[in-house]
Ligand binder design. Structure first.
Ligand code: AQP
Length: 338
C-alpha cells in the first residue's frame, strides 16, 4: 500500500525562535508547502520536557503564540497549511502511550540527544525527556505522515519512529498500517552555530542571549550581536581549505551565504583577505534586511493574540480530522473497546 505524501514538522516553544531555526528549518518549510501537503505544529508538550518550558506557564503560552507568529511571518500560509499546538490534538498523547509500549528500553537507551540534554545528572532528568522520541514518533505517525524535515540532530529520532512503525505493523499484524516516514533532506538547510562558540549550535535555550539572533531582535540588537560575535585574529580566508579549524569564521560565512542565497565559495571569494570588522557590518546589514520584514510581521500578528488563537484552533480542528480516524483504527487494532 502506498501512503499519501504528507509532511509533518514542529518546533518547541522553549523560547523565541532564532536565525538557526529560520535558516535550518522554517525557510525550507515555506518551500515544502509548495510541493506537498504539510502540517506544522508548535510542540508545546515537548517543551515541558525541558527546564525552559517546565513550571513556566506564562512563558510557555507566550512562546507558543510567538512561534506561531514566526511560522506565519516567515511565509507558512495557515489557510493552506494547518498550524496548531500539539497539546490541542489529544491523539498525539494517546498514540504516544501505545508507542511507549511498542518501543523497547534498549532502543531508548541508545538515544544520544537524551544523553546530551540530560547532562551528567541523568537521575534528575524528567521521564518526559527520556521518552521525548516516542512522542515525536506519535506526532508523525498519528497523521501517517510520510516526510519529516529533520536536522542532523533529529535523524536518530526519525530512525526510532521508523522502527516503532515497523514493530507496531508487525506485532499487530497490520502490514503497512503505518508508513515508514522519510527524512526530507533539503540541500539548502544551514546549521547555524552559536555566535559565542563556533562548536555549539545556535540554541533557543543557551544561557547567553548574545549567542543567538532572535527573530524578534531589532536592527541595533542584531548589529550589536554580530559585532560582538567571536572570531579569530586572522583576516577572512581566501579559500575553503583555509577555513579548517576556524569554526567561527566558517559560521559567519555560512550565515551570509544562506541569507544571500549565494553559494559559500562565492562569499569566500567576495570577502577574501578582508578584516572581520567590514565583513561583520555587511553581514549585519544583510541580516537586518532579511529579518526586518519577518520581525515586523511577527509584531503585527502578536498585537492580536485572539487571532493567533483562532488560527491555532482552526489548525487543530483540521489536524484532528486526520488524526481521529487513524487513532480509532489504532485503538481497535490493539484491542481497546471503543
Ligand atoms: N542552530 C541551528 N541551525 C540550524 N537548524 C536549527 N534548528 C534548531 N537549531 C538550529 C532546527 O530548528 C528546528 C527546531 O527544533 P526544536 O524546536 O525541536 O528545537 P531544537 O532542534 O532543539 O533547537 P533549539 O532552537 O536549539 O531549541 P532548544 O534550545 O529548545 O533545544 C529543528 O528542525 C532544528 O533542526
Amino acid at each position: 500500500m502506498t501512503h499519501k505524501p504528507l509532511v509533518l514538522s514542529g518546533m518547541q516553544p522553549t523560547n523565541t525562535l532564532h536565525l538557526g531555526n529560520y535558516l535550518g528549518a522554517l525557510k525550507n518549510w515555506v518551500r515544502l508547502q509548495e510541493q506537498m501537503p504539510c502540517l506544522f505544529c508548535v510542540v508545546d508538550m515537548h517543551a515541558l520536557t525541558q527546564e525552559s518550558g517546565y513550571a513556566k506557564p506564562a512563558d510557555l503560552a507566550r512562546a507558543t503564540r510567538e512561534v506561531t507568529a514566526a511560522y506565519i511571518a516567515a511565509g507558512v500560509d495557515p489557510a493552506r497549511t494547518p498550524i496548531f499546538n500539539q497539546s490541542r490534538v489529544p491523539e498525539h498523547g494517546e498514540l504516544a502511550w501505545i508507542f511507549n509500549c511498542v518501543a523497547r528500553l534498549g532502543w531508548m537507551d541508545r538515544m544520544t540527544q537524551f544523553k546530551e540534554k540530560a547532562g551528567k545528572d541523568k537521575e534528575r532528568a524528567s521521564v518526559g525527556l527520556y521518552t521525548y522520541p516516542v512522542l515525536m514518533a506519535a506526532d508523525i505517525l498519528v497523521y501517517k505522515a510520510t516526510h519529516v524535515p529533520v536536522g542532523e540532530d533529529q535523524k536518530q529520532h526519525l530512525e526510532l519512529a521508523r522502527d516503532i512503525a515497523a514493530k507496531f505493523n508487525n506485532d499487530f499484524a497490520v502490514p503497512d498500517f503505518f508508513p515508514q516516514p522519510e527524512p526530507v533532506i533539503t540541500g539548502t538547510a544551514t546549521r547555524v552555530m552559536s555566535l559565542r562558540d563556533g562548536a555549539k549550535k545556535m540554541s533557543k535555550t543557551d544561557a547567553s542571549d548574545n549567542s543567538r539572533i532572535n527573530l524578534t531582535d531589532d536592527a541595533d540588537a542584531i548589529a550589536g550581536k554580530i559585532k560582538r560575535a567571536k572570531t579569530d585574529p586572522l583576516p577572512l580566508p581566501a579559500s575553503k581549505d583555509e577555513l579548517k579549524d576556524r569554526p567561527e569564521a566558517e559560521n559567519l560565512l555560512n550565515i551570509y551565504a544562506a541569507l544571500a542565497d549565494q553559494d559559500r565559495d562565492g562569499v569566500i571569494a567576495q570577502f577574501a583577505g578582508q578584516q572581520f570588522s567590514g565583513f561583520k557590518t555587511a553581514l549585519a546589514d544583510l541580516t537586518v534586511a532579511k529579518l526586518a520584514p519577518i520581525t515586523a510581521e511577527m509584531r503585527r500578528l502578536l498585537a492580536d493574540p485572539a487571532e493567533i488563537d483562532r488560527i491555532l484552533r482552526s489548525g487543530a480542528d483540521r489536524a484532528r480530522a486526520i488524526a481521529v480516524p487513524i487513532m480509532d483504527e489504532v485503538k481497535k487494532t490493539v484491542g481497546f473497546v471503543t
